[in-house]
Design a protein around this ligand. Structure first.
Ligand code: CAA
Length: 396
């Protein structure tokens, strides 16, 4: 049985910071952030946005794009590393906001940026096994990436969500059953202690951990696929490669490593062809943790000028701590037209730039957001209003 993405949806905050402006404010050469890290703009969520509202917005877009409703969903999972509660999952709030059926498995998954991929793989197996019985899985990757003002990680923040509607009628990407390689290792490269809103990171070590995991997962994929040694550079079997993208330069480092493993003497030469289109949207949003690789996939399908129909895409998901997976899928007819019709580039163009003081004020306000008394705020869409009686209140 086929299993894959029937549709996808994206949510990004309506506001961002220009990284060239942030660099100037921090006394750093703008080239370091824009060229050195490969990020132009960083999404900054407003105080009425959180992991729940971003997830609900992305899910709404994915359901609408497929002409589906909450009644069609039999599994609703949110992969996140910036949840809003130690016990109640983000997915339960989303279930309520979207009116998803009570006959549904609803839960949350966590393994840093890999949490969404863990949920996706579970959903694919659920569909392939026949247990879904025609129902769809709604997998949502939602996060607000936060390292804190003035830290080395500051220019690699961001926020947003990607929703993936998974079913036996994939209209975007059909994943290849059995073609997957995993790699997991207990490392302290990036984490967020229970008492902290900001992530703690050993930045340069995290880059090395990512590359080690990529190598392990890529080799495991080749063993699982059983087609290594059939001639040519192995990664040329993919029409595009989509890497987890905490910042654009990391994808370049990843691709260089993959091509070097293949024995390519010019590992950078294929970067624009195989990776370039997947970085157009991420360079405007920054890191969205669990959703980063899926935003890159949306970027590829939305901006590539090549007809990818029937072609194989390689995907690499990395979660610090660590767990990683290299897997693949085949692009379905009309997939690119369907994703283009979502108007994702226009969505990003319509955002408003924040001044650095405005951004810093939002960062400070977010410190106390979980305890903010709920107040009725006017406006459209899903919004976090604050807490009352220890309960988070959202507009529906
Ligand atoms: N013009 C152009 N380039 C410049 C420049 C200039 N004026 N000045 C510096 N650069 C380049 C540097 O040469 C360097 O490039 P290379 O990596 O190719 O050598 C790049 O800009 C960055 O410079 P530094 O390494 O000196 O930057 P830094 O030490 O301040 O921090 C960082 C970089 C470690 C990535 C930091 O931003 C960080 O800790 N980020 C968060 C952690 C992270 O994203 N890790 C990624 C792997 S882990 C993961 O993927 C999971 C996840 O989502 C978190």
């Amino acid at each position: 049985m086929k299993a894959g993405l029937e549709s996808l949806g994206i949510a990004v905050p309506p506001t961002y910071v220009e990284l060239a402006e942030l660099a100037k404010a921090r006394g750093v050469a703008p080239g370091k952030y824009v060229d050195g890290l490969g990020v132009t703009r960083m999404a900054v969520p407003l105080v009425e946005e959180d992991t729940v509202t971003l997830a609900a917005r992305a899910a709404r877009m994915a359901l609408d794009a497929a002409g589906a409703t909450g009644e069609d969903v039999g599994m609703l999972v949110v992969g996140t590393e910036t949840a809003v509660d130690h016990s109640k999952p983000v997915s339960s709030y989303v279930q309520g906001l979207l009116g998803v059926s009570t006959r549904c498995r609803v839960f949350e998954t966590k393994h840093a940026c890999y949490g969404g991929t863990a949920a996706l793989q579970m959903a694919l197996d659920w569909v392939r096994s026949g247990s879904a019985k025609g129902k769809k899985a709604l997998i949502i990757c939602s996060d607000i990436a936060r390292y804190g003002v003035g830290t080395p990680g500051e220019p690699t923040q961001g926020g947003g969500a990607v929703a993936l509607l998974v079913s036996d009628t994939p209209k975007l990407l059909a994943f290849e059953a059995g073609k997957s390689g995993v790699y997991a290792k207990d490392v302290m490269d990036f984490w967020r202690p229970l008492y902290s809103k900001d992530a703690v990171v050993d930045g340069h070590y995290s880059v090395q951990c990512y590359l080690d995991a990529l190598e392990g997962a890529y080799k495991a994929y080749q063993e699982a696929a059983g087609d290594a040694g059939e001639g040519g550079l192995y990664s040329d079997r993919f029409a595009a490669l989509v890497y987890h993208v905490p910042y654009g330069k990391m994808s370049r480092k990843a691709h260089r490593h993959v091509r070097a493993l293949d024995g390519d003497k010019e590992p950078d030469a294929s970067f624009d062809r195989l990776v370039g289109p997947s970085l157009v949207l991420p360079s405007q949003v920054g890191n969205i943790y669990t959703g980063s690789m899926y935003l890159a996939l949306a970027s590829l399908l939305s901006t590539s000028r090549e007809d990818l129909t029937g072609k194989r895409i390689g995907l690499f998901s990395y979660g610090s701590g660590s767990c990683a997976e290299f897997f693949s899928g085949v692009v379905q007819p009309e997939a690119q037209a369907r994703v283009k019709a979502l108007g994702l580039e226009t969505l990003l163009e319509r955002r408003r730039a924040l001044s650095i003081p405005e951004y810093e004020a939002i960062m400070a306000a977010r410190e106390k957001l979980d305890e903010k008394p709920a107040e009725d705020t006017a406006g459209e869409g899903f919004r976090y209003q604050g807490t009352r009686d220890h309960k988070r209140i959202y507009t529906r």
